[in-house]
Design a protein around this ligand. Structure first.
Ligand code: UGA
Length: 426
């Protein structure tokens, strides 16, 4: 089948590549000329494991272009995967979606199924129906939200835990169409209305973020009562009603999705006079977690001024170079308030230019650690798992290790004479 994917970000590019590998021919469209030129040369503008190899294998089935008309003309179905970032008031900015729909008004001349994959506020797809000035028989709008994780995007796209399809009441064609498109992907299908599908996406991210903030708040309780948070996570995770995933305590969640989607949901609730105290608290715990653990560090080092502090990891999680809402940036902001001398190492991500003159980013882990008073792990990259603690002890000036992801073996580290601060690990 010929298909058009509008937007070549994490979702759009992974979707294009996976659908191409299933035998479809994909027109992958993006307004960004430089991005499209790079993709035409098989250069992926971000780091995502397995994507490049799959792209090269499926390359003959993908055309990268900035020309939306070409993609629309040749395809029966269009996937919308453009970004919906946060506006200053927290609401989702859907201008990119509106501009695609404006263009579609002038391009569509025969029936197209328009499938919304971008995360959009409830009611957006219904609203977009009236935004299209075309005769009703020329388009069908459906919602098919995406649940892939950055860093596991290819795996998740082949192995979704569910496929949600939101359709209008009289739509009899979209479900069989999507089942045909995803033909060899085994997944339970949940069919609902357009707004239901939009809300399922928010509910999913909200619930996962809630689990993280729950365990992070509980970690603070564990700190006081001399109890390991890992024991709590393991024990409650065995209850099938709770489940073991997303109970890893740490410095909090980052990335482009949870922070953005929870803010958008908050803004939707405020606009509709809905009281959402849980939603507020989940964000509050996340926003204060870094400060809570920096205060612990201050209790040990007293004055952080001019002290060399080394942060390990910059991306918001391992296996990605995405630094949006990374807790490493929150750590930097917090340490800057204390006028610390901040050094950083990450295997692939780079500091944004606004931080480059105030934080020293090293390309050598050794140089980042040398003469440091304190090492803070912010991103649990596998390469940090088996550090040589004896050597690190001799390289550092101080002896404090803050394990912001509960990634290391506490007693092993302490056996080398370090003082270990974990999250809920007294
Ligand atoms: C998240 C969801 O997991 C995806 O299902 C969803 O499709 C995506 O958002 C989206 O809306 O596009 P992602 O942001 O890629 O995916 O990252 P996650 O793996 O969910 O991690 C988010 C953050 O939570 C990271 O900072 C991670 O370190 C943190 N986290 C995760 C914890 O602190 N503890 C945990 O137990 C799990």
């Amino acid at each position: 089948m010929n298909l058009c994917v509008v937007g070549a970000g994490y979702v759009g590019l992974t979707l294009s590549t996976v659908l191409a590998s299933l035998g479809h021919f994909i027109y992958c469209i993006d307004k960004d000329f430089h991005k499209i030129t790079a993709l035409q040369n098989n250069e992926i503008p971000f780091f995502e494991p397995d994507l490049e190899d799959l792209l090269i294998k499926s390359r003959k089935n993908i055309k990268f272009t900035t020309n939306l008309s070409v993609g629309v003309e040749h395809s029966s179905a269009l996937f919308i995967t453009v970004g919906t970032p946060s506006l200053p008031d927290g609401s989702a900015d859907i201008t990119a979606i509106h501009s695609v729909f404006n263009e579609l008004n002038t391009i569509i001349t025969e029936h197209k199924t328009i499938i919304m994959k971008s995360t959009v506020p409830p009611g957006t797809c219904e609203e977009l129906k009236s935004k299209l000035t075309l005769p009703n028989e020329l388009f069908t709008i459906a919602s098919n939200p995406e649940f892939l994780r950055e860093g596991h995007a290819v795996f998740d796209m082949y192995n979704p835990d569910k496929t949600i399809i939101g359709i209008s009441s009289k739509d009899k064609t979209t479900v069989p169409l999507l089942q045909q498109i995803y033909h060899s992907i085994k997944t339970p299908y949940i069919i609902t209305n357009l707004t239901g599908a939009e809300l399922i996406k928010y509910a999913n991210n909200y619930f996962l973020a809630t689990k993280i903030s729950f365990i992070n708040e509980f970690a603070r309780i564990c700190d006081t009562f001399d109890v390991e948070i890992k024991d709590i996570s393991k024990a409650i995770g065995l209850d099938p009603r709770i489940g073991k995933e997303f109970l890893q305590a740490g410095l909090g969640y980052g990335g482009s999705c949870f922070p953005k989607d929870l803010k958008a949901l908050q803004s939707i609730s405020i606009k509709n006079n809905i009281d959402t105290p849980i939603l507020h608290s989940v964000q509050e715990v996340n926003a204060t977690q870094v400060k809570f653990y920096i205060n612990k560090l201050k209790n040990l080092l007293i004055d952080l001024k001019d002290k060399k502090i080394t942060i390990l990891g910059l991306s918001f999680k391992p296996n990605t170079d995405d630094i949006r809402n990374s807790k490493s940036l929150s750590l930097i902001d917090e340490l800057l308030l204390s006028q610390s001398n901040i050094h950083l190492y990450d295997p692939i991500s780079n500091l944004p230019s606004s931080y480059q003159s105030i934080v020293t980013q090293h390309t050598s882990l050794e140089k980042a650690i040398e003469n440091s008073e304190c090492l803070i792990l912010s991103t649990d990259w596998q390469m940090f798992k088996s550090l040589k603690w004896e050597k690190i002890k001799s390289q550092m000036n101080g002896n404090i290790i803050v394990d912001g992801r509960n990634f290391w073996n506490k007693s092993l580290i302490e056996s080398y004479g370090f003082t270990y601060i974990g999250v809920g690990r007294p």
